[in-house]
Design a protein around this ligand. Structure first.
Ligand SMILES: Cc1cc2nc3c(=O)[nH]c(=O)nc-3n(C[C@H](O)[C@H](O)[C@H](O)COP(=O)(O)OP(=O)(O)OC[C@H]3O[C@@H](n4cnc5c(N)ncnc54)[C@H](O)[C@@H]3O)c2cc1C
Length: 557
């Protein structure tokens, strides 16, 4: 199979350089930038909207870390492996949970303020799949906003980190040996760097976040268009686990025509005692799982979908009336405001909820230090597939992933000594350009609808074939022959990601983690493998099966 639509980096009009280029300004990019700076290197941090845009600032629940006396990294490891459905890389998870507490403390040293209990210790709560109270939160349910605020402030205070906003990175630049040496980008802004240019560095870190906009209903903001994964594919890097898309069970249901970013009702609300009920008021999670309403997300999302199908209801209900007004006001001020804005008062009313796309567990395949399969290219945060999430991410492990692996990537860059190399325009491999084939943004909405229906929570061979045929037809027919705009480039990226996601979902004939095949309802031992895909220059995709323990450069297969 192939992806005929590949994007070419247009000819550069200007050039700039740094020791390290970081693409994206969420928790992953900002952490990496600060850690790289601590080693004395210059950083160019480019981001396609404003510096605080991205999923990070929307995060509600918090950051998971074994900070409590009755908790341990070993317990956190166990919960993460269970949620990951047998596909986590255990070594990567061990790194996440053991380095996690220190990473959170460093975040606090950079200025983040977490909510505390009356004794002054960090107040820890529980979310789905966690057997301990280990979720640190800020501003009640505004954790991401606080993390973003603190990191942006720390980055802004460092003159060695140059931030360029409204800079859409298009493609990777490589040298004659195939190593990453920079990116092409389109900047909208005043000054000498307007239009398409090139940023050069011997180390490029992708921190571009997820691809929620592949689907019509998502909790992700508009910038989550999978640019990093698509760019990596075009550059020849391996991507993995794209079929494992997490659908959050409790996204506020705003009607059948709602599209784009939808308001989330954090799992922490269930952590504090809210329960799911159907139209008849019955608590349907009780018989589903030993953790009932706090079961892992895939279990809850599937149970909601199943009950919706059985009863013909368009959504289920979240009953948080038992929390009381005080809890809503002080612990969940953001969600309370979001509900009231829509005419729902969760103190007295039930909240209509249904699953929607929330998190991409897969992405650019990395080793345990964030190295991709292309020398000089690293990936961090939601864009990466480091192996910590397996078939399903455990709640609140993703902010932690950005913190922990941002630190490791900075060390890896130092160890790889890449920043000692000086890169110039003369190093760019001119042969490494592809013919431009950009699809029209006009088809984005159709793609999203197709993906919701055919590759969403419920999948089958039939529905996935439908999606494949539609994408292939659109890729060969809906080509933009004029000058592409930002949205055309983004939609091309969405199509590229969707094509690989659907192919993986079709190949994986089983139900595991967040991947639910109606025609293959059980997990199969033979499928305890990861699907790893690379794209050739002509757009042909090559997919192979690897053991969960395998990382690029390792001996294991
Ligand atoms: C509503 C919501 C609630 C959540 N709650 C939690 C929670 O409680 N706990 C938790 O752990 N996780 C939570 N998550 C998930 C978590 O927020 C994300 O996984 C995490 O913030 C991702 O961080 P990141 O740095 O990888 O990406 P992001 O924060 O998404 O940042 C990506 C950055 O890349 C930039 N970018 C993208 N493409 C390009 C391009 N082509 N060129 C230049 N720049 C580009 C974007 O503009 C952005 O700055 C939540 C997510 C959402 C959406």
């Amino acid at each position: 199979m192939s992806v005929p639509g590949v994007l070419q980096a247009p000819t550069s009009g200007w050039t700039t350089s740094a020791d390290v280029i970081v693409v994206g300004s969420g928790v992953a990019g900002l952490t990496t930038a600060l850690r790289v700076r601590a080693q004395g290197k210059s950083v160019l941090l480019v981001t396609k909207a404003t510096v605080d845009e991205g999923s990070t600032r929307w995060a509600q629940g918090g950051i998971a870390a074994a900070l409590a006396d009755d908790d341990s990294p070993e317990d956190h490891l166990r919960d993460t492996l269970v949620a990951g459905g047998g596909l986590c890389n255990e070594e990567a998870v061990r790194i996440l949970v053991t380095e996690g507490p220190d990473a959170v403390r460093e975040l606090m040293a950079w200025g983040a303020r977490f909510d505390t209990d009356p004794t002054g210790s960090i107040s820890l709560t529980r979310e789905g799949g966690h057997h301990r109270n280990r979720i640190a939160h800020a501003g009640g349910d505004a954790t991401g906003a606080e993390v973003s605020r603190a990191l942006v402030a720390a980055v802004s205070a460092d003159p060695g980190i140059e931030v360029v906003e409204n800079a859409l990175v298009l493609d990777l630049l490589k040298d004659i040996d195939g190593a990453a040496i920079g990116v092409t980008l389109h900047v909208i802004g005043p000054g000498r760097r307007d239009g398409v240019g090139a940023a050069l560095a011997p180390a490029v870190v992708l921190a571009t976040g997820g691809f929620g906009q592949v689907f019509g209903q998502t909790t992700n903001p508009y910038v989550a268009t999978g640019d990093g994964v698509a760019l990596a594919l075009r550059a020849g890097a391996a991507v993995a686990d794209l079929e494992f898309v997490q659908f959050h069970p409790t996204v506020m249901w705003l009607g059948p025509l709602a599209q784009g970013q939808q308001p989330l009702v954090s799992e922490a609300v269930r952590g504090e005692g809210a329960v799911l009920v159907d139209d008849a008021g019955e608590r349907f999670m009780l018989g589903e799982h030993e953790m009932a309403d706090l079961a892992p997300r895939d279990v809850v999302a599937k149970a909601i979908r199943r009950r919706m199908r059985e009863t013909g209801a368009a959504h289920m209900w979240l009953d948080g009336r038992g929390l009381g007004a005080d809890m809503w006001v002080h612990r969940f001020p953001t969600i309370l405001a979001s509900c009231r804005l829509r005419g729902i008062d969760p103190v007295t009313d039930l909240i209509p909820v249904a699953p929607a796309q929330h998190y991409a567990s897969g992405g650019v395949l990395t080793d345990l230090d964030g190295r991709s399969t292309i020398p000089g290219l690293y990936a961090c945060g939601e864009v990466a597939c480091s192996g910590v999430h397996g078939a399903n991410r455990l709640a609140s492990n993703s902010l932690l992933e950005g913190l922990v692996f941002g630190r490791r990537i900075a060390s890896a860059i130092e160890a790889d000594q890449l920043s000692r190399r000086v890169v110039t325009e003369a190093d760019i491999d001119a042969r490494d350009t592809q013919r431009s084939l950009v699809v029209r943004n006009a088809i984005r909405r159709q793609l999203q609808q197709k993906m919701d229906v055919d590759a969403g929570v419920l999948r089958s061979a039939e529905s996935l074939d439908e999606a494949t045929q539609w994408i292939d037809a659109a890729l060969s027919g809906d080509v933009n022959r004029g000058t592409p705009c930002t949205e055309d480039w983004e939609t091309t990226n969405l199509m590229t990601v969707a094509r690989v996601l659907v192919e993986h979902a079709k190949l994986r004939e089983e139900t595991r983690g967040s991947h639910w095949r109606e025609d293959y309802p059980n997990a199969e031992e033979r499928w305890r493998v990861r699907l790893v895909t690379t794209m050739a220059k002509d757009g042909d995709l090559h997919t192979e099966r690897r053991s969960p323990e395998w990382v690029p450069g390792s001996e294991n297969t």
